[in-house]
Design a protein around this ligand. Sequence first.
Ligand code: FES
Length: 137
Amino acid sequence: MDRKEFLEKLGLGAAFVLTSSCLGGCTRDEADPPKDINFTIDLEDPKYEELNVFGSYVIEDQVVIARSNTGEYLAATLICSHEGLTQITYSDSQGAWYCTAHEALFSETGEGLNANGSKGLTIFNTELTDNLLRIFS
Ligand code: FES
């Protein structure tokens, strides 16, 4: 039995084979996480209203800015250390950074919590002054 026959037996056509490697609309960014981060966001800007909710996050300049489950402001690179995809999120259910590509999991301080997260995650500092949140490396 050749590959085509095998896939047909499984009920999978050629279109599946051609598209299955990136069904999630993934993007690959081979760049290293940015090292020199220094910008400020105004939390009164409606663009960042998600940050009023514990466990939510926004993305700005390749940085994921989260409001942790305990209300802290956190920031991490959007670029996953596993395969360089830009799919890092903050998972409120796990209280950790999570990559939607292959489920890498990182603590809030960037330590890897599973095999795909073993290289750790670049974390940035945050500093809140009134309604201004500075994110910096
Ligand atoms: S690229 Fe993030 S888990 Fe694979």
